[in-house]
Ligand binder design. Structure first.
Ligand code: GSH
Length: 343
């Protein structure tokens, strides 16, 4: 009897020990955000679907929403976020120098970024792949046939290397024309200075949607790389890592559980499902483990909705970007989006 009691006590300690031990370690990033009352969030300077100011000058897009939601998780206020637009080539140094707390900026996770920049990438929130856009009447169907083509690329991106690697691998020559900004590359493409624009396919959909006549442009169906996006943070702040990681997971978990902006309040009141009660903070352990309000994830879902709602609003079929969910569907619907267990 006594032995069994002891074993049970150890089992409880084993399950919760990590969280209890960690809650005493401070997070310099979280403390700084609380002290200034605002999250500094690095975003793309302008691509439809991820981050683009609307006609009232308000930032809209998937990455923008993830910034707003993180501000809600910490400060319970979606307006307590300062958006810092960053080019591809300056984004990681801006993060390293402390100008931003987190980077939600169409940033692919790669091994060398993870191991050499003094940064950490967090949880995959978007699966993409490199593609090429050409004029619809160019008569091109296969990228391999673009021998000698001039290709617009953006400096400091994975896309520069992916393009060079591909053409080298098939021993075909091409001419890179490298720009700092997406709008410069799109303008060069429209003006005929490049035969093609090579970047992540989701962003090509955004660039195409913003062209004066989108039907003039085709995103070729081939994909040349894996471009899984995650938030980036600085190394050495494990509690901040936990917050960004489990915040991103909660947005996905909400969709898996069918918790939406509209029904979150009712589900919080009535659900008897322990997973839902934990997620929505009816029982407080998840928030406690992150040193956040028990209602942190509930507040997030009320403010920005679940993963699918954010997707639909920013790049879904009823938006100009109109990107099919494909790999960004839940794993239960044939996609790759999968929340680690929140318990
Ligand atoms: N996923 C890629 C590329 C991301 C990306 O944002 N590419 C283009 C956009 S089409 C860009 O950087 N634009 C720069 C700008 O407009 O400042 C990476 O992590 O390197």
């Amino acid at each position: 009897m006594f032995k069994r009691g002891l074993a049970a006590a150890f089992a409880v300690l084993c399950a919760a020990g990590g969280a209890l031990a960690q809650s005493n370690i401070p997070s310099p990033t979280l403390d700084a955000i609380r002290a200034r009352g605002q999250l500094n969030c690095g975003i793309h300077p302008g691509v439809a679907g991820f981050a683009l100011p609307d006609s009232r000058g308000e930032w809209q897009g998937f990455d923008v929403e993830l910034c707003r939601g993180l501000a809600v998780a910490i400060l319970n206020d979606a307006s307590k976020v300062r958006f810092v637009p960053l080019s591809s080539s300056t984004r990681f140094t801006a993060l390293g120098s402390g100008e931003i707390d987190v980077l939600f900026r169409t940033s692919t996770q790669t091994m060398l970024r993870d191991t050499t920049l003094g940064l950490r990438h967090v949880t995959t929130y978007f699966f993409d792949g490199h593609g090429f856009m050409v004029r619809a009447n160019a008569g091109v169907t296969r990228v391999r046939d673009m021998a000698g083509a001039t290709i617009c690329l953006i400096q400091g991106t994975t896309n520069e290397q992916v393009t060079a690697d591909y053409f080298r691998s098939v021993s075909v020559a091409f001419q890179p024309v490298v720009f700092e900004r997406t709008d410069q590359a799109a303008a060069a493409l429209a003006a005929g200075r490049c035969d093609s624009f090579g970047t992540d396919a989701s962003q090509l959909a955004g660039v195409r949607a913003a062209m004066p006549n989108p039907a003039d442009w085709t995103v070729l169906p081939e994909r040349f790389s894996k471009e899984p996006y995650a938030a980036y943070i600085r190394r050495g702040d494990d509690n901040w890592h936990d917050i960004v990681r489990w915040y991103t997971t909660a947005v996905i978990e909400a969709e898996e559980q069918g918790v939406t902006r509209a029904n979150a309040e009712e589900m919080r009141r009535t659900s008897v499902n322990p997973n839902t009660r934990r997620l929505l903070g009816v029982t407080p352990e998840l928030g406690q483990s992150l040193k956040l309000d028990p209602a942190w994830a509930y507040n997030v879902i009320r403010a920005i909705g679940n993963y699918g709602e954010i997707y639909d609003r920013t790049m879904g079929p009823n938006t100009p970007v109109a990107l099919p969910r494909g790999p960004n569907n839940l794993h239960t619907n044939g996609g790759l989006i999968y929340a680690l267990p929140m318990r």
